[in-house]
Design a protein around this ligand. Structure first.
Ligand SMILES: Cc1cc2nc3c(=O)[nH]c(=O)nc-3n(C[C@H](O)[C@H](O)[C@H](O)COP(=O)(O)O)c2cc1C
Length: 200
């Protein structure tokens, strides 16, 4: 049976969105059924409108990427979660979605499911790793099997060599570079392969 991978993310200005798409493509290449889902935006229009890149991204994705639901989490046999860093932590938008999962948690819906994470901070040392580790605290509580990329493939070094998960320093203003997108695709494929092994 194919693994079912839910790629769930928040992105304000598109960097994490690009990583999420690459993770989803990689999982599909690993023969998984994939759902790419964005969590609902919570920020007021006044904040979004103050940043043209944020407004453009909200408008570009609202009809393109379905919103995540709790049913996506029930459906999936593995998870890839993505968030921009917010002061070294998970964004409130992704956290709000996570905080709706108490019922699923109580029912054991997450037990033994492989899970991984990816992120973007403006700065190379601006909290990429602490954001991923914060996210992984949730996966521990859920009883997931955390699947970090580690250094399991040489291509990860070209993407900055973050063993905790794909991360992109967005400060240059460009979206993720080719090496980082390649690492994200690898991470998705790796997750799908581990999920297939766990469920067989
Ligand atoms: C409230 C807020 C807090 C942030 N905190 C950090 C931070 O601690 N370190 C950092 O390098 N970037 C920080 N950033 C920048 C974003 O994490 C960064 O631009 C990220 O690449 C955005 O991803 P996105 O394009 O998917 O929204 C912050 C941005 C905001 C709006």
């Amino acid at each position: 049976m194919s693994a079912r991978v839910a790629v769930i993310y928040y992105s304000a200005t598109g960097n994490v969105h690009q990583l999420a798409q690459a993770v989803a493509d990689g999982a599909a290449a690993g023969n998984a059924d994939v759902r790419l889902r964005r969590v609902p935006e919570l920020a007021p229009d006044s904040a979004i409108d103050a940043n043209p890149a944020w407004r453009a991204h909200v408008d570009a994705t609202k009809d393109q990427v379905p919103e995540a639901t709790l049913e996506d989490l029930e459906w999936a046999s593995a998870y890839a979660f993505g968030t921009p860093t917010r002061f070294g932590n998970v964004s409130s938008q992704l956290k709000q979605f996570i905080d709706l999962t108490g019922g699923l948690w109580q029912a054991g819906a997450f037990h033994n499911k492989p899970a991984t994470g990816f992120t973007s901070a403006m700065n190379r040392h601006g909290g990429q790793e602490s954001t991923l580790l914060s996210m992984y605290n949730v996966f521990y509580h859920w009883g997931c099997v955390i699947v970090p990329p580690g250094y399991t493939d040489p291509l990860l070094f070209a993407a900055g060599g973050n063993p905790y998960g794909t991360s992109w320093p967005s400060g240059g203003g460009e979206g993720p570079d080719g090496a980082t997108l390649e690492a994200a695709r690898y991470q998705g494929r790796h997750l799908a392969e581990i999920a297939t092994r766990v469920q067989s």
